[in-house]
Ligand binder design. Structure first.
Ligand SMILES: [Zn+2]
Length: 467
């Protein structure tokens, strides 16, 4: 990490100059310059000669860190350029609103969000500033801080491209747009953005959800399941019929797991239909139905069943009617996958019992429950110590210490003891005792602790994810 980097000081050199001298100015203090350089820098002496009158504090960093620092400053330089011409346009009233530079600025912000692998972009305005935050690996990080006047032109641009009412600031609006952007590997792709605006007491909040149309599906064995869990998953997706529940809060990777399984079984010449809200990935050879506000899950599910499916995936079970049809489908020879918002696998049982179905009915139909979370992995900048790995910070992980996520899960197959619990013959704690005696490290917490031991994540992250 470049401690105390002052972007304005750094940008007193152009990117070309930084590359030529192999120098980045970290901070300027009166007659003292703090700089970083690399061992390879060939023109350091000419830089020194040019700054004879200054005291230089020189730190050497490795080539990789230097390059990612340059990459970071390149974005900052561009942003500054577009931002000042946008502000200039507003002042000069060349165009009425500064939208042409604002569009350039917006494009750059979208591009940066794609580079950072963000899932959402937040444009927020308070009394003095406008800030742009990105959700990366489930966590919001500050990315840009602009003057408050920058909000209006950017908000106008967003509303124009999302076909929203541009003069309407008093009601919430929803829209979407598509945009071509570059990936880190240089590939150009079209991305969908879902736009939501919300009026605030003194301003507006605009949030963009990024839907990556070309996202490749991760294969099941890359998601972080351990060997015995993969075997249980394999057993579940190979069943001819039954109900499989996937549970966890929003953003716990449930769809990724489901898509991973569907992607394997689609090769078995099966008719697979999904009902989703919204459709997150487009899957080949699988029929996907998007739910809209006007129709309910249960109605769509009835229509889907008339389509002679073998496998059905239901985005989310929210009501008794949907659950009832899902269970009937499982009884009549369909393999049904459904997601539920619950904390752990046993909560899922309580939740569906609360919906008011016969316990006997549920215990007969249910094949298994997958409960999961996503846990952030320590970035490669982590450091090995006597007590294990500790997190560090670098440009690559936006100084958070974490990069990318993987699954922690508990997978419960239906057996006699689970049936006993569903039918009220044993309590939750009695069942837990039986499970833990049978499977070591069953719970989400023990699974997470295994990942701490092997240096994949750290204890802070475990506390954040499994409370
Ligand atoms: Zn890092």
């Amino acid at each position: 990490m470049i401690q105390g980097l002052n972007v304005d000081s750094a940008l007193s050199l152009s990117i070309l100059q930084m590359q030529y001298f192999g120098v980045v100015i970290v901070k300027i203090e009166d007659s003292k310059l703090s700089i970083v350089t690399t061992e390879k820098s060939e023109n350091l002496d000419s830089f020194k000669a040019l700054h004879k009158d200054k005291t230089l504090e020189i730190n050497t960093i490795n080539e990789d860190s230097f390059n990612s620092l340059i990459e970071y400053l390149q974005v900052e330089e561009q942003i500054n350029k577009y931002k000042s011409s946008m502000l200039q346009e507003i002042n000069d009233e060349i165009t009425q609103d500064g939208t042409s530079s604002a569009m350039n600025l917006l494009t750059l912000i979208l591009q940066e969000s794609i580079y950072k692998n963000a899932s959402d972009i937040h444009f927020e305005k308070d009394m003095n500033n406008m800030r742009i935050r990105l959700r990366v690996d489930g966590i919001l990080i500050d990315r840009f801080l602009f003057e408050e006047v920058c909000f209006a032109p950017l908000s106008l641009c967003l509303k124009l491209i999302a076909n929203l009412e541009i003069t309407e600031n008093s009601v919430a609006q929803d829209g979407r747009f598509s945009f071509n952007l570059k990936r880190k590997n240089g590939e150009n792709n079209e991305f969908d953005f879902r736009v939501s605006t919300l009026p605030l007491i003194d301003g507006e909040s605009i949030v963009l959800r990024i839907l990556d149309k070309n996202k490749t599906i991760l294969t099941l064995d890359n998601l972080g399941f351990c060997e015995s869990q993969l075997q249980k998953l394999e057993y579940l997706y190979n069943l001819p019929y039954g109900l499989v529940l996937v549970t966890g809060p929003t953003g716990s990777g449930k769809s990724t797991t489901l898509y991973g399984m569907l992607n394997i079984i689609k090769n078995k010449n099966l008719k697979i239909i999904t009902i989703e809200d919204p459709v997150e990935y487009r899957l080949q050879e699988i029929s996907q139905v998007a739910i809209n506000h006007k129709v309910s899950f249960s109605n769509v599910l009835r229509n889907v069943l008339r389509q002679d499916p073998d496998v059905i995936m239901i985005g989310e079970v929210r009501d008794k009617e949907t659950l009832k049809i899902a269970i009937q489908a499982a009884f009549t020879g369909h393999l049904v996958f459904a997601t539920l918002h619950t904390n752990d696998s046993l909560d899922a049982i309580s939740r569906i019992l609360e919906l008011g179905l016969e316990p006997y009915f549920i215990s007969q139909a249910l094949s298994g429950i997958i409960s999961q979370r996503l846990i952030r992995k320590l970035c490669t900048c982590k450091e090995k110590t006597d007590i294990g790995f500790i997190k560090k910070a670098c440009q690559k992980c936006s100084f958070t210490g974490y990069k990318d996520r993987e699954v922690i899960a508990e997978i419960l197959l239906n057996d006699e003891s689970l049936s006993d619990f569903i039918n009220g013959k044993i309590t939750k704690s009695e069942l837990l005792e039986i499970i833990e005696a049978k499977h070591e490290n069953f719970s989400l917490t023990s699974q997470a602790m295994l990942k701490v031991k092997s240096g994949i994540t750290d204890i802070d992250e475990v506390y954040r994810v499994v409370k």
